[in-house]
Design a protein around this ligand. Sequence first.
Ligand code: NDP
Length: 276
Amino acid sequence: MSVAQFAVFGHPIAHSLSPQIHQDFARQFGIRLDYRGIDAAPDQFEVAVREFFANGGVGANVTLPHKAAACALADQRSEAATRAGVANVLTRLPDGRLGAHNTDGAGMVRDLTERHNMDLRGHDALLLGAGGAAQGVAWALLDAGVQTLTIVNRSPAAADALADAIGEPARAHTRYWEDLGEIGSYDLIIHATSAGVLHQPLSLPLSLVGARAFCYDLSYGEAAIGFLTWARAAGALHAYDGLGMLVETAADAFELWHGQRPDTAPVYQALRPQYG
Ligand code: NDP
């Protein structure tokens, strides 16, 4: 019997933990699967995806820089993918068409609330970044009860577009990156820029971090060191990276494809020591 085919598409892709995470989940159920990383440059992405599914692929994760393209090429989009405009999961539907979904928001909220025991309700949150990941998590933060969401991005147009798409000006609004030193403090700060993975320095004022603040970086490993060091220096009560989010978002994709909910705790605990 042939083994079901899964993949993660990105550029680059060698660093991706998704193959290992999905194989760890599969072992929990005795499922055999093939899950590989496929490196596709932006101009080859759509062709590579269509070839993968035409050759029997069942499901694919999608990471940088293809999430918007993944959402655009799909025939059907979940509500989470539609409102974010970006997708990190593609699934071959029973009729052969492609469905797009976004698990970033739900995965991050579950990591915050269940793994790190945070109650998101009533917080004034600052979202740094307005790229694909930020678009995925912004709605989920509001759904989870965050009172206000201030979106700040290096390029203001992307932050404005995200706030406009949310369309709740009393709750979600933007400020300029240049004004970060003057916008006061926040009790929840979500770092969703790619500065860390790009090895670019991020200069943030310490005044952003309120007393008892919870700071969260979507990146993990070396890419998260700069933000987490800044958060601790500024007096944050908690500072966490996005390793748990990665495992949670993978679990949502796994459940979508296999109809079974994996236990994320042992997979997260096995990865944790390698990522500080
Ligand atoms: P995108 O390329 O879509 O967006 C990048 C964002 O970072 C943009 O807002 C960009 O601003 C900003 N940015 C880049 N460099 C800088 C800089 N030097 N200073 C300030 N802002 C900068 O990336 P994603 O949104 O997909 O990913 C963002 C991060 O989130 C990555 O580190 C990624 O690894 C992580 N991530 C983690 C996940 C997890 O499961 N843990 C899931 C998804 C993402 P501008 O618009 O001005 O270019």
